[in-house]
Design a binder for this molecule. Structure first.
Ligand code: PGA
Length: 250
C-alpha cells in the first residue's frame, strides 16, 4: 500500500515567533519540490506566525500537545478545539519528553487523542522505549502497552487519520540514531500491533514515522525501509538547510 511520507519538524521549546516564521518561509521551496507532506510543530506562542508564513504553501502547521477538555477553568492549557479553531491540522501527542517531564501516561495520551480526533486534528502519536527497557528485553512489551493504551476504545473508522511516530528515547537528541535494521524491526512490530487493533487494511494505511537524531545524512536510508513512512525531526528541523535536506531525502 502506498503511503504518502510525512516529514515533521518538532521545534520543541525553540524559536521565537519571528524566527519560526522566517524558517517556514525558507522551507517553502523544499516543500514545493516534494510529494511528501511537510509539517512543522512550533511552540504554542509561535503557531500563529508559522501558520501565517505557511499560508498558500504546502507546509502544514501543528501543535506539540493539547488538553482534552474543549474549554473551561484549566489555567495554562490549550484544547484541541482551540487548536482547530486556530486553523491547525496536526497535533503531536505523548512525546517522550511529555511522558518523562510532565507526567503524561498512556491514559492521558488516550484522552488527548480522543479530543484531537473529535475536532478533526490529525494525531501524531509518539511512542518509544528507553535504553533500560530495550536492554531488559522489554521493547515489544513497552510498545504494545503504549499503542494499546493510547488507542483504547478507538476503532479503525475513528483512527483513519492516525499517524504514529516511533522514537526510541535513547536516540532523541543524543546523536545516536537507531540502525536502520533496529528501526525497521520496531516499525514492523508497531504495524503488527496496529493490525491487531485496526485490522490489516487500516493498519496498512497508517504512516509510522521514525524519530531520534534524524539528520540529512541518515534520512534517506531510514526512509527507504518498508515500514518507515517519514520522520519526526527535532534538532535538525530548526535550521532551514538541514530540514530541507531531510525533506529532499525522501
Ligand atoms: P531529535 O528529536 O531529532 O533532536 O533527536 C526528535 C524528537 O524528539 O522528536
Amino acid at each position: 500500500m502506498a503511503r504518502t511520507p510525512l516529514i515533521a519538524g518538532n521545534w520543541k521549546m525553540h524559536l521565537s515567533p519571528a524566527e519560526g516564521a522566517a524558517l517556514v518561509t525558507a522551507l517553502v521551496p523544499a516543500a514545493a519540490a516534494t510529494t511528501a507532506e511537510v509539517l512543522v510543530c512550533p511552540t504554542f506562542i509561535g503557531l500563529a506566525a508559522a501558520a501565517n508564513a505557511a499560508a498558500g504553501s504546502r507546509i502544514q502547521v501543528g501543535a506539540q500537545n493539547c488538553y482534552w477538555e474543549p474549554q473551561g477553568a484549566f489555567t495554562g492549557e490549550i484544547s484541541a478545539a482551540l487548536l482547530k479553531a486556530a486553523g491547525l491540522s496536526h497535533v503531536l501527542l505523548g512525546h517522550s519528553e511529555r511522558r518523562q517531564y510532565f507526567g503524561e501516561t498512556d491514559q492521558t495520551v488516550n484522552q488527548r487523542l480522543v479530543a484531537a480526533l473529535e475536532v478533526g486534528l490529525v494525531p501524531v502519536l509518539c511512542i518509544g522505549e528507553t535504553l533500560a527497557e530495550r536492554e531488559a528485553g522489554r521493547l515489544q512489551e513497552v510498545l504494545r502497552q503504549q499503542v494499546t493504551g493510547a488507542l483504547a476504545g478507538l476503532d479503525a473508522a475513528r483512527l483513519a487519520t492516525l499517524v504514529v511516530a516511533y522514537e526510541p528515547v535513547w536516540a532523541i537528541g543524543t546523536g545516536v540514531v537507531a540502525t536502520t535494521a533496529q528501526a525497521q524491526e520496531a516499525h514492523a512490530f508497531v504495524r503488527s500491533l496496529l493490525v491487531d487493533q485496526l485490522g490489516a487494511a487500516a493498519a496498512a494505511a497508517v504512516r509510522i514515522l521514525y524519530g531520534g537524531s534524524v539528520k540529512p545524512d541518515n534520512a534517506a536510508e531510514l526512509m527507504a525501509q518498508a515500514d518507515i513512512d517519514g520522520a519526526l525531526v527535532g534538532g535538525a528541523s530548526l535550521k532551514a538547510d538541514s530540514f530541507a535536506a531531510i525533506i529532499a531525502a525522501v
